[in-house]
Every structure is written in structure tokens, then in C-alpha cells.
Design a protein around this ligand. Structure first.
Ligand code: HEC
Length: 199
């Protein structure tokens, strides 16, 4: 074999190797998506496709899921039965702090709006702003007050949890049920919770 030929053969092997490598990278990239995708209950009702799409997790960091804009979001696995930690925690916080006015499961009441609908249009920043600063509506014959929770650690330390749970409700990814199966409480959450509540 001449040197020229050897180089040509090596070149071919190299090309084949690179080809195999890029296929592997491609497969890995494809695999990453289903891992973050929501596996919804096939019987899930009231799915809101645009809200669901916007809420798709793009990144995971120690049990914390964020969408493509970096806002907190949920992840549902095991055919719609298992929730991430934030959705579970948000469910509990909601029913401790909000449901007296906003009704069970974000369904609304005669006094306060259904947050499962509000979260279809409110951005993360708007939600956070209303939660911290409150909102009042004093129109004729209407005395509607959303309290400001800015100084309440039992609420503000769990603002993301509340947002994630209500976002899951708004998208229809999670129904009215109390979450059963859940992901473990992430170490980062334990640390942040302690700092937030204690500080
Ligand atoms: C004392 C009753 C009360 C409690 C408790 C309460 N809210 Fe509200 N909330 C209201 C009322 C009333 C409104 C509507 C205010 C208005 O008309 O502008 C409202 C409005 C809101 C809105 C805006 C909804 C929209 O459609 O624009 C958000 C978001 C919200 N509340 C979140 C929460 C969360 C989260 C909690 C629990 C931490 C909570 N609220 C607890 C009474 C309450």
C-alpha cells in the first residue's frame, strides 16, 4: 500500500468514526427531551395546549425544573401520576394559605378568582408582584382585596412552589387531585428553605 493510499484509508476510517460520534450525540440529545417531557394522564381533562407547551421543562437542576425562559415549571411523570417536589409542595402551601379565598384546587370562589384560570395569562413576574404587593379593587359595590404577602415567610419562601402548582393546574397537566407520588425533596430546597425561613 502506498503512503497516499494509507492516508486515504485512514481518512475514511476517520470519517466513519466521526459519523458514529455525531449519531451518538444526536441520540443523546434526543434522549434528553423525553426525560424532561411531561407524561400526562391519558385521561387528563381540560388540557390547555399553549399553556402546557410554554410550561415545558427545558432544564433540570437538582429537582428544580425551568422552562425555556428560565421560569419555574412542573414535571409530571409516570403517566400523569407522579409530580415534582415543587408541585407537591405548592399544593400543600396553596391549601394552607390561599384556598380559604380562592377555593379548593385553584377553582375560585364567589370572593376571589379561580387561579387555575388566572395562571393561563399571568406571567411569573406578574404573579410574584401580586403575591408580594397584593391588589385591591374598590369599584362601586365591589370590595375585593388580595392581601399583600410580602412580609409573610410562610408564603414568600414558597412563591415558586405556589406558582409551579398553579401553573400545572392552569395547563391541565395536573387535575383537582391531591398529589400522591412525588419526587424526593431536593437538597437545594432543604437548604434554601432553611435560609429563607430563618433569615
Ligand atoms: C383574604 C382572601 C385572599 C387570600 C387569603 C388570598 N387571596 Fe389572592 N386574591 C384575593 C382577591 C379578592 C383577589 C382579586 C383582587 C382584585 O379584584 O383585584 C385576589 C387575586 C389574586 C391574584 C390575581 C388573580 C388574577 O386573575 O389577576 C393572584 C395571582 C392571587 N390572588 C394569588 C394568591 C395566592 C397565591 C394566595 C395564597 C398565598 C392568595 N392569593 C391568597 C383574595 C385572597
Amino acid at each position: 500500500m502506498t503512503t497516499k493510499n494509507t492516508i486515504a484509508v485512514l481518512g475514511l476510517i476517520g470519517a466513519g468514526f466521526l459519523g458514529a460520534l455525531s449519531t451518538a450525540t444526536f441520540v443523546a440529545a434526543q434522549d434528553a427531551k423525553p426525560e424532561l417531557a411531561n407524561k400526562l394522564d391519558p385521561n387528563a381533562k381540560e388540557l390547555d395546549e399553549p399553556v402546557l407547551k410554554a410550561a415545558t421543562a427545558a432544564k433540570e437542576e437538582d429537582g428544580k425544573y425551568t422552562d425555556k425562559d428560565g421560569h419555574p415549571t412542573f414535571r409530571i411523570t409516570n403517566d400523569g401520576k407522579k409530580v415534582d417536589w415543587y408541585t407537591y409542595s405548592g399544593y400543600r402551601r396553596y391549601h394552607a394559605e390561599c384556598h380559604v379565598c380562592h377555593g379548593p384546587d385553584g377553582m375560585g370562589s364567589t370572593y376571589a378568582p379561580a387561579l387555575k384560570d388566572s395562571l393561563k395569562r399571568l406571567s411569573y413576574e406578574e404573579f410574584y408582584g401580586i403575591l408580594a404587593g397584593g391588589r385591591q379593587n374598590h369599584t362601586a359595590g365591589n370590595e375585593s382585596v388580595m392581601p399583600a404577602f410580602g412580609d409573610n415567610k410562610n408564603v414568600m419562601c414558597y412563591a415558586n412552589d405556589l406558582y409551579v402548582y398553579l401553573r400545572a393546574r392552569a395547563s391541565g397537566a395536573w387535575g383537582r387531585a391531591r398529589p400522591g407520588e412525588k419526587e424526593d425533596k431536593p437538597e437545594t430546597v432543604k437548604k434554601e428553605e432553611k435560609e429563607c425561613l430563618g433569615g
